[in-house]
Ligand binder design. Structure first.
Ligand SMILES: Cc1cc2nc3c(=O)[nH]c(=O)nc-3n(C[C@H](O)[C@H](O)[C@H](O)COP(=O)(O)OP(=O)(O)OC[C@H]3O[C@@H](n4cnc5c(N)ncnc54)[C@H](O)[C@@H]3O)c2cc1C
Length: 465
């Protein structure tokens, strides 16, 4: 029997894969018996922040990773596809339906037993073997201490910040416009499946302004800034008070998830070239790109919540209300959730793991998910997929196998096990960690597509092994 600690994205995917190979699984999840500071439900695979699984095209590395996972019968990506909501070229989901359906799929599987209790120590092989540790960035304190002792060095811990969500009906629609960057939008048939198969005109509850007529114009609501509005907003961020974060001075933010105030402090235009980039967003009232833009993405199928894209922050909550209501269109906005700061715990992958996600010092034990040193929902689930398959192989008396390095899923395992341990930082999947092509096409787009084609071909033998 495979034991898995942690029923998040990685743990659920690992359980599904192992059980699909005919091996019994015990999945140990501590919620709701012991909650975390961030999770809000007792569901498995709860999405704690954004509802986006990011890009979904093969010219983009996370799009490739998802396609590989689809081919490997990923339960996480299958259900994400089922509950997708409009988000341009990205795969975004209805977060409630998503975790509900994953929970239902896992608990209904005849080979999976879900045990709702906290695991406080790393059980020895005689008790739980093979064992997958997938306890995420908020691993409980007792187990964190055990892991620290096991890996032989102190955990690295740093903080990420998350972005606010607004109630859709409180957005001033006379000021915002609907558009996807460069007019890249979901296809009509995807839009239909995102609305549960119902024709979009009769879309279930949800504000009338979200229904079909304007949905055809793009998937994001965009709040356009003039130059004066932008400069005033930038000054307001610089002057706003931050929440006190323990050990703040030693905080190492993940570069892809920087709080807006950290970016604002880097320069007047940093936000305008980052999350507030206007390029490719034609304002239909002027026919031009605004000076800067805040983009908002639909957060639920009903369309009643919108999240501010890339607006992770650690400003104090009253300050967030004051500053974010300066955004054109959000003057009267009601915030369903405000940004916050959080802990992230992960091991130094290269000193601990092999490319099969086994630990070097105990081959029947695996790490998967954020705690193993990857970053992001999709990457966490992908690592769980490989760990689950390999733990099942061990159970069946077979040798664990790493996916080829030329695949996105294999490149991720190679990175966590081979990156420079002295400067280790968790990573999202990027084409930069896959080997280059022998004769690469000149254009970046074609090169990425060629790398994806090679990856999908190379994945096949591993998939069938
Ligand atoms: C506040 C916050 C915001 C984030 N925002 C984003 C985002 O917007 N996009 C993104 O891609 N990623 C985000 N992340 C990272 C995100 O956590 C991961 O991408 C993803 O959730 C990792 O999946 P996981 O399975 O490793 O961990 P989780 O999904 O956290 O699952 C781990 C599970 O283990 C359980 N657990 C912990 N300790 C024990 C124990 N001792 N015994 C039993 N069970 C235990 C927890 O209850 C939890 O259910 C965020 C993380 C945090 C904390």
């Amino acid at each position: 029997m495979v034991h898995i600690i942690g029923g998040g994205l990685a743990g659920c995917e690992a359980a599904w894969q192992a059980a699909s190979m005919g091996v019994d699984v015990a999945l140990h999840e501590m919620r709701p018996v012991r909650p975390t500071a961030v999770h809000q439900t007792d569901h498995l695979a709860e999405l704690v922040c954004s509802n986006s699984f990011r890009g979904d095209k093969l010219d983009n590395a996370v799009g490739l990773l998802k396609e590989e996972m689809r081919r490997l019968d990923s339960v996480i990506i299958r259900i994400a596809d089922e509950v997708r909501v409009p988000a341009g070229a990205a795969l975004a989901v209805d977060r409630h339906l998503f975790s509900e359906r994953v929970t239902a799929a896992i608990t209904a599987h005849p080979r999976i037993r879900v045990d709702r209790s906290e695991v406080t120590c790393l059980p020895p092989p005689a008790e739980m073997s093979p064992l997958i540790v997938a306890t995420g960035p908020l691993t409980s304190d007792a187990l964190s201490a055990e892991i620290a002792a096991f890996v032989g060095r102190k955990h690295l811990a740093f903080y990420d910040a998350i972005s606010p969500i607004v109630l859709a009906e409180t957005i001033d629609r006379s000021k915002v416009f609907r558009a996807s960057r460069w007019n890249r939008s979901l296809r009509p048939e995807d839009r239909k499946s995102a609305s549960g198969g119902a024709p979009s005109d009769s879309q279930a509850p949800g504000p009338a302004h979200l229904q079909s007529a304007d949905a055809a114009d793009g998937d994001y609501l965009n709040c356009p800034f003039t130059k004066d509005e932008y400069l005033a907003f930038h000054q307001a961020i610089l002057g706003a008070e931050k929440a006190t974060v323990h050990d703040f001075d030693n905080t190492k933010f993940f570069e892809g998830c920087l709080p807006i105030e950290v970016m604002a402090h880097r320069g007047t235009d940093t936000l305008r070239f980052g999350p507030m980039k206007p390029a490719g967003l034609d304002d239909p009232r002027t026919g031009r790109w605004p000076y800067a833009v805040v983009q908002m993405r639909q957060d639920t199928l009903a369309g009643d919540h919108y999240s501010l894209v890339g607006f992770q922050t650690q400003l104090k909550w009253p300050e967030q209300r004051r500053v974010f209501t300066m955004i054109p269109g959000l003057e009267q906005a009601e915030f369903v959730r405000l940004g916050m700061i959080h802990r992230n715990t992960y091991i130094n992958g290269p000193t601990v793991l092999t490319d099969t996600w086994q630990t070097r010092s105990r081959s029947d034990m695996f790490f998967a998910g954020q705690v193993s040193g990857v970053e992001g929902y999709v990457e966490s689930a992908a690592s769980g997929l490989v760990a689950g398959r390999n733990a099942a192989r061990l159970s069946l008396g077979k040798t664990p196998l790493a996916p080829p390095r030329t695949t996105a899923i294999g490149a991720l395992g190679h990175y966590v096990s081979h990156a420079d341990p002295a400067h280790y930082a968790p990573t999202n999947i990027t084409f930069g960690i896959l080997p280059a092509l022998d004769s690469p096409p000149r254009s970046r787009h074609d090169r990425n597509l060629a790398i994806s084609a090679r990856a999908l071909e190379d994945l096949e033998p591993w998939r069938k092994a």
